[in-house]
Write a protein that binds this ligand. Structure first.
Ligand SMILES: CC(=O)N[C@H]1[C@@H](OP(=O)(O)OP(=O)(O)OC[C@H]2O[C@@H](n3ccc(=O)[nH]c3=O)[C@H](O)[C@@H]2O)O[C@H](CO)[C@@H](O)[C@@H]1O[C@H](C)C(=O)N[C@@H](C)C(=O)N[C@H](CCC(=O)N[C@@H](CCC[C@@H](N)C(=O)O)C(=O)O)C(=O)O
Ligand SMILES: Nc1ncnc2c1ncn2[C@@H]1O[C@H](COP(=O)(O)OP(=O)(O)OP(=O)(O)O)[C@@H](O)[C@H]1O
Ligand SMILES: C[C@@H](N)C(=O)N[C@H](C)C(=O)O
Length: 454
């Protein structure tokens, strides 16, 4: 049980029906979900108005609902069905989450950053789960609806909450931070994701730093210490910097890439090993380990937890494809920073004669899109064998590679089918292929086509 209808009536005092001690086990915004003892919160979205679906929610197990004042209630409802009236259901969802977080009072770890939020959240929760009753964001439900729903699915006896916080506009992280009130706030990095709406990397840094607005007094900020835009925070009270630069509080050293793993050590020599590939993941892991150590988790426990990491799909997933070729599915999303990070890993992976990059459009880069796409070519050098691009914006990458590095095969395609056909010529056991593009490009299609064959 999360709470009772009686407790709800202390949060939302205008209600009809019976606000007795009925338990609420779940909070849902989607009437299509089969539930048990749920509170239904109808949200007005781009396509639908949740208020139109109260009957379906009721039939699917809702036992109470929020309702926007001034709207007519449908006639089918039993008289004793509790309906709580609010001015705005989205704000009410957010307020309820804040009040419930206060009631449960877990240690809260809030994670933001341009790249690596989900990965760091997964690392963080893997470390904490064995020692604490830990609740964490499912998938990447990280926005103004996802964060409240994450909090409102937290069991009442939770000791720790790990919540991812995403944004694409100013002001959004502040709202999330005020709801979640982190004891520990992590900023994984400052990249260029969503720069179209934020103007510049400086703007992105400002927006990410909004996480400080809701932090608890004496909360800790743990951040990417190598990022110049965050340098003004170094040496501040309650700020811990992590990074490769020796000026950092926590220094990441001795990074080596093995078969499907990255090894590294932190300043005092403690060795760590994560089942993820790349220096950028060593940073994500160092941020998580730093928080865990402050909470009292031993290095040995942290390393054991890293082994049991359940990593989110389509983030640099390495698998075998047709004719034994190694395929990397990094099709979840893309930014210039994460694309370059992925290419660096491909260059370092051992045991391949041919390394192919299949790169697609990176969205939401605004009027700097062309130069950001071109910047990806800074990372493209031997031992990369070939670069294939798809999408109007990605074209500049293959064109620039052709100019800068004629030894690398470089081609642009206008259809997935034609690109797939050419890829067919390269498939063998000593070939490695990276697929990376923004979500809209749906590059997982290639991975499905090149899946293993008997
Ligand atoms: C509002 C909502 O939750 N919508 C989800 C719903 O959409 P649907 O197709 O139903 O249309 P509507 O949104 O118009 O519906 C309005 C409500 O009506 C309900 N409803 C509809 C029909 C019906 O028969 N019964 C109903 O009750 C409906 O449930 C709505 O409540 O379903 C879709 C398919 O499952 C969902 O995709 C859609 O989810 C939206 C997108 C959402 O915001 N979900 C959050 C829970 C969430 O956290 N989503 C994350 C977002 C991750 C992300 O992109 N993060 C970015 C930063 C984002 C910044 C922020 N400003 C933003 O723009 O979101 C990052 O870079 O990290 C996710 O999807 O993974
Ligand atoms: N610190 C980092 N620097 C650069 N790239 C990174 C970093 N961490 C993860 N990535 C890459 O970014 C991509 C997305 O990773 P992840 O899902 O963890 O990020 P995210 O911030 O949660 O993304 P989203 O905002 O879309 O939810 C993956 O390709 C991953 O390899
Ligand atoms: C899916 C969303 N969180 C995201 O990362 N969007 C960018 C633009 C992408 O898909 O690359």
């Amino acid at each position: 049980m999360l709470f009772t209808t009686e407790w709800l009536s202390t949060v939302f005092t205008r209600y009809t029906g019976s606000a007795d001690e009925s338990p609420i086990d779940e909070v849902v915004t989607d009437s299509r979900k089969k539930t048990n003892q749920a509170l239904f919160i109808p949200i007005t979205g781009e396509k639908f108005d949740g208020h139109d679906f109260l009957k379906q929610a009721f039939n699917n197990g809702a036992v109470a609902a929020l309702w926007e004042t001034g709207r007519d209630l449908p006639g089918f409802l039993p008289d004793d069905f509790p309906v709580y009236y609010v001015d705005d259901t989205l704000h009410a969802l957010q307020r309820l989450a804040a009040v419930y977080r206060e009631k449960v009072n877990p240690v809260v770890i809030g994670i933001t950053g341009s790249n690596g939020k989900t990965t760091t959240k997964d690392l963080m929760s893997a470390i904490l789960k064995p020692s604490f009753r830990t609740h964490y964001t499912k998938g990447n439900l990280n926005n103004h609806i996802g964060v409240p729903l994450t909090i409102l699915s937290m069991p009442a006896d939770s000791e720790v909450l790990v919540t991812e916080m995403g944004m694409n506009h100013f002001g959004e992280i502040e709202v999330l931070s005020r709801i979640a009130k982190p004891d520990y706030a992590i900023i994984t990095n400052i990249g260029e994701s969503h720069i179209e709406y934020l103007g510049s990397r400086e703007g992105i840094a400002t927006a990410k730093l909004e996480i400080m607005e809701g932090m608890k007094d004496n909360g800790w900020l743990i951040l990417d210490g190598d990022e110049p835009l965050l340098r003004h925070l170094h040496n501040r009270n309650n700020v811990i910097t992590c990074g490769f630069d020796t000026q950092n509080d926590v220094i990441i050293e001795n990074v080596t890439l093995g078969q499907n793993r990255t090894q590294f050590s932190l300043s005092n020599g403690e060795p760590f090993s994560i089942p993820l590939l790349g220096r950028h993941h060593a940073l994500n892991a160092a941020l998580a380990a730093t928080v865990a150590k402050r909470i009292g988790v031993a290095a040995e426990t942290i390393n054991k937890a890293f082994d049991s990491l359940e990593h989110a799909q389509m983030r640099f997933e390495l698998r075998k494809g047709k004719h034994g070729a190694s395929i990397i599915n990094d099709a979840y999303n893309a930014s210039p920073t994460s694309m370059k990070a992925a290419i660096e890993v491909v260059k370092q992976m051992e045991g391949f004669r041919r390394r192919l990059l299949v790169l697609g459009d990176i969205l939401e880069l605004g009027d700097q899109s062309e130069s950001f796409h071109r910047s990806v070519t800074d990372s493209i050098a031997q031992p990369i064998t070939a670069v294939f691009t798809l999408g109007e914006q990605a074209k500049v990458i293959s064109e620039a590679v052709k100019d800068k590095n004629p030894n690398i095969i470089s081609m642009h395609f206008t259809s997935k089918d034609s690109l797939l056909e050419v890829l067919g010529e390269y498939l063998s056991e000593d070939t490695l292929i990276l697929f990376k593009a923004s979500r809209m490009m749906q590059f997982e299609w290639f991975v499905e086509q090149l899946g293993n064959e008997a």
